[in-house]
Design a protein around this ligand. Structure first.
Ligand SMILES: C[S@@+](CC[C@H](N)C(=O)[O-])C[C@H]1O[C@@H](n2cnc3c(N)ncnc32)[C@H](O)[C@@H]1O
Length: 197
């Protein structure tokens, strides 16, 4: 799994160098909004590409059974230590999402800028995996990074492309416009809630 080793090395280098411009330092306001709306079920929730996982404690406190996955050791170890300090329980896993399989499917997936971290050559595979990880009727709450430029990471995730990737054959899309979620780094994320058919 050389590809996994390379991906892991690249992301761990970013963490060791403190190049974590994606990190808000706190949970996204989108999470508070979705929790207040009851958009996230109190069931099994996956947080892929969790990074420092500021959202994980909030989800656990809300009543979710959370699995958080990241390829890089530094954020995984930090998140495990933080949860232990808070006396909260979650399943925090270091794994490559392009190979990982859960033992059981999830009721919801909170995908905060994980897709934009993957090379677009892996997007179709990742989108298939996300669909497989969810139960029928399960929800994908996604924050898609908008960069408006070529290259990455972060790679641009324009909504029309996301509609093609998370296609209508497998997903029910809302009529409502996406949430516009400004990031402290100057970029904007678009938040959508789609349902697995
Ligand atoms: C843009 S960061 C987002 C982190 C976090 N969700 C946040 O919003 O702060 C992307 C994260 O995905 C992780 N990642 C990248 N490729 C991955 C892969 N193939 N499998 C698992 N995690 C991956 C990186 O280590 C990084 O923590």
């Amino acid at each position: 799994m050389t590809d996994t080793h390379e991906r892991r090395r690249d992301w761990e280098q970013r963490y060791h160098a403190g190049q974590t411009g994606w990190d808000r330092g706190d949970a996204s306001p989108a999470l508070a909004r979705w929790l207040a709306q009851g958009a996230i079920p109190r069931g099994r929730v996956l947080v892929p590409g969790c990074g420092h996982g500021h959202e994980v404690a909030a989800l656990v406190r809300y009543g979710c059974q959370v699995t958080a996955v990241d390829i890089a050791a530094p954020p995984v170890l930090r998140l495990m230590a933080e949860l232990a300090e808070l006396g909260l329980q979650a399943n925090v896993v270091q794994a490559d999402l392009l190979h990982w399989q859960p033992a059981e499917p999830f009721d919801a997936i909170y995908e905060q800028t994980c897709l934009c971290a993957l090379d677009p050559s892996h997007w179709a595979d990742y989108a298939r995996r996300v669909a497989d990880w969810l139960l029928p009727g399960g929800r994908l709450l996604a924050l898609f990074m908008q960069t408006g430029r070529d290259g990455g990471p972060p790679f641009d995730c324009p909504l029309p492309d996301m509609r093609t990737l998370f296609d209508a054959a497998r997903w029910r899309w809302p009529d409502a416009p996406p949430l516009e979620v400004p990031h402290p780094n100057g970029l904007v994320e678009q938040g959508i809630e789609i349902v697995r058919r």
